[in-house]
Design a protein around this ligand. Structure first.
Ligand code: IMP
Length: 196
């Protein structure tokens, strides 16, 4: 059975594809920008992941997974969280978001800049069952962007065990330790239990 991956985000597609292949999970991805955009009106990551997976199921007719991710910064009481994509405004760029984040943390000492990426993956099976799994990674927001791999907040998210930002990691490294990789390990466990 194939799993449909409901996202138009090419960065997510390349990460999710690599990790699903590592786990031997068969999947299908949409053609570029083929999926209708889903308004993320949920109150949290779980609601948004389910909204996106349901829309993907309606589109594909296949069991569908969708990921919703947020960056949670302790000093900012968990912001940007569910608003991570549009932190600096409706049509803002990744660079705009990073700039706003660094401004809010200006002069805040390193120890207080703890942060966590959290990914919720929803699996909509089409028979009324909507399952969710979660993964996270912990680190710190540094005071200027470093590295050019990855996307989003990766250049400002420092991961102490490898002494690098996520944007300084190779894709193989990020796909071993990331919030998304950890959530996909949980998804793999669920699939191994035979939920499909
Ligand atoms: P989404 O709503 O799940 O698409 O993600 C919200 C925002 O979080 C994106 O626009 C990115 O800025 C950021 N984001 C999601 N995943 C990652 C990641 O793996 N690294 C860095 N930023 C990410």
């Amino acid at each position: 059975m194939e799993l449909f991956v409901a996202t138009n985000n090419q960065h997510k597609i390349s990460e999710i594809s690599a990790i699903l292949e590592r786990h031997g999970i068969k999947y299908r991805i949409p053609k570029k920008d083929e999926l209708p955009e889903v308004e993320e009106t949920g109150k949290d990551l779980t609601e948004n992941a389910i909204l996106k997976a349901k829309a993907g199921y309606r589109f594909s007719g296949l069991p569908t997974m969708a990921d919703d991710t947020g960056l949670e910064v302790g000093y900012l009481d968990g912001a940007p969280g569910v608003y991570s994509a549009r932190f600096a405004g409706k049509h803002c760029s990744y660079a705009d978001n990073n700039k706003k984040l660094l401004k809010l943390l200006e002069d805040v000492e390193f120890e207080k800049r703890k942060a966590r990426f959290r990914t919720v993956i929803a699996l909509v099976l089409g028979d009324g069952r909507n399952l969710t799994v979660e993964g996270s990674v912990e680190g710190y927001i540094i005071d200027e962007p470093r590295g050019s791999n990855g996307f989003g907040y990766d250049p400002v998210f420092y991961y102490p065990p490898l002494d690098k930002t996520l944007a300084e990691l190779s894709s193989e490294e990020k796909n071993r330790i990331s919030h998304r990789a950890n959530a996909l390990v949980e998804l793999d466990q669920l699939l191994k239990k035979g939920v499909l």
